[in-house]
Design a protein around this ligand. Structure first.
Ligand code: NAP
Length: 309
């Protein structure tokens, strides 16, 4: 260990991300008496905090709000001694025995590290998307849906997120278009049934966005039918993008990942680097859900305990 490292506080476990995976790792690690730091740049709960309701987590028969669930996780992690610092991760040096992470609040060191940084929304990369972001274009229906009372909005995508959020938006908007590039939804049948029969949802099948247009705010979307290449102007006040996610791993080097940047782990959450574990949506896995993230976090923490022993 360098003299510089010894001067700074060295944690048993530094957890990157305070979503369900990171905070569950903190709960399990804290109960095993590790001293733990959790770094998060947004609010506790991660992605689920921007979801209106968590409906499929066992033990909550009526569901629970995403924000409240995140707050409960944070409280529980703090009860077991975790220190939570709000900071943006810039880069991590994880290859040595002591793992270092550089952030907007300085450098932190851990004997072990758990990467639980989740994913970020994918963008389409079409004209107008960047310029009108926050001016009619949103990635969070829960946050911005109420601004579109009695307006027309579009949701782009056909997966669980797109369909779930389109249904949520019907509470406010008087018309919700779903723009989907294929002729079948990817979302689970339970969600599909609700949206296919909804009187205020219209699905534009086999359709892609060519551009988002507007002066100060979004006014219309130019869409194209993929089979006959006809274009259409769709006047809308809001557009919500749910076209999938990309892993937040850009700050990591020297760790084995798949072609998309998801971290490859063993079933025990070990990465290709000793002492470095990954948990939750950021790792290559079959099912990205809150429950599987929590499970990953528990396993990662107990493996970190074993590694330290
Ligand atoms: P997803 O399942 O990857 O769906 C992304 C959707 O966007 C797909 O319909 C895809 O079309 C479309 N898409 C991707 N790139 C596109 C592009 N460049 N242009 C146009 N369309 C594009 O992502 P997600 O819905 O965010 O879900 C992510 C994970 O979270 C999934 O595992 C999902 O099951 C889970 N989730 C679960 C719930 C729940 O309530 N249980 C809620 C939300 C999310 P194609 O269908 O043609 O590929």
């Amino acid at each position: 260990m360098s003299p510089e490292t010894t001067k700074k506080k060295l944690y048993d476990m530094v957890i990157l991300g305070a979503g369900p995976a990171g905070l569950t790792a903190a709960i399990y690690g804290g109960r095993a008496n590790l001293n733990i730091l959790v770094l998060e740049h947004m609010m506790a709960g991660g992605e689920i905090a921007s979801s209106e309701r968590l409906d499929n987590y066992p033990g909550f028969p009526e569901g629970i709000s995403g924000v409240e669930f995140g707050q409960f996780l944070e409280k529980q992690a703090v009860r077991f001694g975790a220190e939570i610092v709000s900071a943006t991760i810039e880069e991590a040096d994880v290859l040595g025995d002591i793992k270092k992470v550089s952030t907007s609040k300085g450098d932190f060191y851990g004997r072990t590290m758990v990467v639980a940084t989740g994913t970020a929304p994918r963008v389409l990369g079409v004209p107008g998307e960047e310029a009108l972001r926050g001016r009619g274009i949103s990635f969070c229906a829960t946050c911005d849906g109420p601004f579109f009372q009695d307006r027309k909005v579009a949701v782009i995508g056909g997966g669980d997120s797109a369909v779930k959020e389109a249904l949520y938006l019907t509470r406010f908007a008087n018309e919700v278009f779903i723009i989907h590039r294929r002729d079948k939804l990817r979302a689970v049948p339970f969600l599909q049934e609700q949206v296919l029969n909804h009187p205020r949802v219209e699905i534009l099948w086999d359709t892609v966005v060519k551009s988002f247009d507007g002066e100060d705010r979004l006014g219309k979307i130019i869409v194209e039918h993929v089979k006959d290449s006809t274009t259409l102007e769709l006047p809308v006040d809001g557009a919500f993008l749910y076209v999938g996610r990309i892993p937040n791993t850009g700050f990591l080097k020297g760790v084995e990942m798949d072609g998309q940047g998801y971290i490859i782990t063993s079933e025990e959450m070990e990465t290709s680097v000793p002492g470095l574990f990954a948990a939750g949506d950021v790792r290559r896995k079959f099912l990205r859900q809150v429950i599987t993230a929590a499970s990953d976090g528990a396993i990662a923490a107990m493996m970190a305990v074993r590694y330290l022993e």
